[in-house]
Design a protein around this ligand. Structure first.
Ligand code: FEO
Ligand code: CA
Ligand code: CA
Ligand code: CA
Length: 652
């Protein structure tokens, strides 16, 4: 996202580290483990070999160097028929959405669509009020899940679509743009954030529509919420001037084994600001990047809720994983504090030995990867007791020899003692980042989405890009293209405290970086969204910053607009599936259970870009006019429905 959409595009705020610890960076570790050639030129084959070999032999993953020698060098064929059956699409930088031959895309629910069919219709001049916006889809669609209504075929044709609205672009949200901040504008911006829960159904002709629903609702920036776990709602650090409400900057997500949705709070620090020149962040606030301007939204000018100098404890209410019940409109959303307070990109869950396991990235340069493990099998919990309130939070350390360790963030263990200034478990969780610094976690290049392979439980994580502060020995310093790592937990048990890791794929354009093992057909940059379908096809979505997208000086001109690709994790084969319109990122993907319908989110088309300029109140269409192409309209984020014209399985 762009920090302040009213000004020229800048790098993502998460590109700037706020980690002052001396913990060794991931780049250092990679550099030590592999020579530049091994790591980069042969990295993918080595990575594929290392985990695949372990699987084939039924052993723990082999030592990567040795595995590389034994691994097949080809791409495809191994492990049976390729998972990828579509004809790849080419890169482009046009203002259009492209999908493979034999596929069609339908725009389903753009920003402003009323949650109920009889709700307030969206106005193309953005004159909708805050009250109207609260009954419409929010802005900047992000993580998403489809919850079927009914079993079998029935559930493949009707369900609740739940999706996040990560942030707002105030130059497109308001008729008069971001200037002159008012209470009404703050309320509208809050109403355009959070989570939309809408009911959708397939029509006789195969297309989809939003339908009326007793379950449809919004959980936005001013909806009542509560807290649970080691930092309960009545904790002194959560007592702000206003009641507990709202969730913000919900990026990726998760789904629990019991069918609830987890919205995750990412760049929540950037909503706060102050005009008080005497205010200085505490050490804990600075570690989360709280400062006096944030995104530059300037909400604090019209609402004391967002004045960090006046209402500092409001900031303690953000940075959590939020559990939402999509089937129960009376349910109050709960912030599950046992999962820690970070800039949560998402929380992908799996199950091992009956316990729930949640993997989480903290998306900022030099921050960490976390895992929550439930204390006992989740089915053992009774009503009123959540498996997400009772477990251990760990942070990852990646060692030079390809091993990894999950370090517990538990009060009284290791350095997290009273003698070192820690008060209790609530204190550890409120200051999760500092606790992770203390135990020696490995700083990473902006951890984004995680995904668990349904076939073998390997865990994949996108590291979108980074400054590569790993020193001269670092193979990619800086790392403008990002990469995808993966690991296998010891004994294939996702509750384990040890793992073996390797790099699945280094992203980039081989024309600019000859160490990149990709071609024009497969190249991509800044991987972000990541999702496994039921066949273990890995879907990769990109979020190249608009400060770099389509620019030769950034090595990003040939890669073009942001895209979605599919990978076969057994062979490393990659094909580009979809390319988005100008200024957008691709984020959020899910299919119906039969895999015949796919939902994908196109986020922030038309946002301020270095390549094409910035939208203004006079010309909101300066960069893009997707998807309406109305000469008097404006670009809108939207969920797109993708189907095969022959009705077949997506991607196959
Ligand atoms: Fe909201 Fe880290 O992307
Ligand atoms: Ca983004
Ligand atoms: Ca993201
Ligand atoms: Ca991103």
């Amino acid at each position: 996202m762009t920090a302040d959409p009213s000004v020229s595009p800048v790098a993502d705020p998460d590109d700037v580290s706020s980690n002052p610890s001396a913990n060794r960076s991931f780049q250092d570790v990679v550099a030590t483990r592999m020579s530049r050639r091994t790591a980069l030129r042969g990295g993918t084959a080595a990575a594929v070999g290392f985990l695949a070999l372990g699987a084939a032999q039924g052993t723990a993953a082999a030592e990567p160097g040795r595995a590389a020698a034994a691994a097949p060098t080809g791409r495809g064929g191994r492990g049976g028929r390729s998972l990828l059956g579509f004809k790849p699409v080419g890169t482009h930088s046009a203002d259009k959405l492209t999908v493979p031959e034999g596929y069609e895309a339908q725009v389903l629910i753009p920003w402003g669509t009323p949650i109920q069919p009889d709700g307030p219709q969206w106005h193309k001049d953005a004159s909708d009020t805050a009250a109207e916006q609260a009954q419409q889809l929010g802005m900047n669609h992000d993580g998403m899940h489809f919850f079927p209504l009914g079993h079998g075929r029935r559930g493949c044709g009707r369900g609740m679509l739940v999706l996040n609205h990560e942030y707002v672009d105030q130059s497109l949200l308001f008729t008069d743009g971001p200037d002159d901040m008012t209470a009404e504008k703050v309320d509208k911006a809050l109403a355009a954030h959070g989570v939309s829960i809408v009911e959708i159904a397939k029509k006789a002709d195969g297309s989809w529509e939003r339908v009326g629903s007793r379950r449809a609702r919004k959980v936005h920036g001013a909806t009542p919420v509560t807290f649970s776990g080691p930092v309960p709602a009545d904790h002194p650090e959560l007592q702000a001037d206003n009641p507990p409400m709202g969730t913000l900057n919900n990026c990726s997500m998760g789904v629990t084994p019991w069918g609830t949705y987890l919205a995750c709070e990412e760049n929540w620090n950037s909503y706060f600001g102050t005009e008080d020149a005497t205010w200085k962040p505490t050490e804990a606030q600075a570690r989360y990047g709280l400062n006096n301007v944030g995104f530059g939204y300037r909400w604090h000018l019209a609402s004391p809720r967002w004045d960090i100098a006046v209402n500092g404890k409001e900031a303690n209410r953000f940075g959590w994983v939020v559990e939402i019940d999509p089937m129960n409109p009376g349910h109050t959303s709960v912030k599950r504090t046992a999962l820690g307070r970070i800039k949560h990109e998402g929380c992908v869950t799996t199950e091992s030995r009956g316990r729930v396991v949640g993997y989480m990235g903290d998306d900022q340069a030099g921050d960490y990867i976390y895992k929550f493990v439930g204390r006992k099998p989740w089915r053992h919990y009774r009503r009123g007791h959540s498996p997400l309130d009772d477990g251990t939070l760990y942070v990852a350390r990646f060692d030079d020899d390809g091993s990894g360790h999950w370090l517990p963030l538990v009060f009284g263990e290791g350095p997290l003692t009273a003698g070192n200034g820690w008060q209790d478990q609530a204190d550890v969780l409120l200051r999760t980042r500092e606790a992770a610094d203390a135990v020696g976690a490995t700083p990473m290049d902006r951890p984004e989405w995680l995904a668990v392979n349904p076939r073998n439980k390997d865990v994949y994580c996108t590291l979108t890009n980074g400054t590569g502060e790993g020193g001269a020995a670092n193979p990619r310093t800086p790392n403008p293209y990002g990469h995808i790592i993966r690991w296998r937990e010891d004994r294939g048990d996702n509750t384990a405290t040890g793992f073996r890791w390797d790099i699945f794929q280094l992203a980039g354009d081989p024309a600019y970086d000859d160490s990149v093992d990709l071609t024009e057909e497969t190249m991509f940059g800044s991987p972000d969204g990541l999702w496994f379908d039921a066949d273990a096809r890995l879907w990769i979505q990109t979020d190249i910053s608009n400060s770099a997208q389509n620019l030769p000086e950034k090595g990003y001109d040939r890669i073009g607009n942001n895209a979605m690709l599919a990978a076969d994790p057994r062979t490393g084969e990659i094909r580009r599936f979809l390319v988005g319109p100008r200024g957008c990122e691709i984020t959020g993907v899910v299919t119906t259970p039969d895999q015949r319908t796919m939902f994908v989110n196109i986020q922030h088309p038309g946002e301020s870009t270095a390549a094409w300029g910035s939208p203004t109140p006079e010309n909101p269409r300066a960069v893009s006019n997707w998807p309406d192409f109305d000469p008097e309209g404006r670009p809108r984020s939207a969920t797109v429905v993708i189907r095969r014209t022959d009705g077949g399985k997506i991607g196959a």
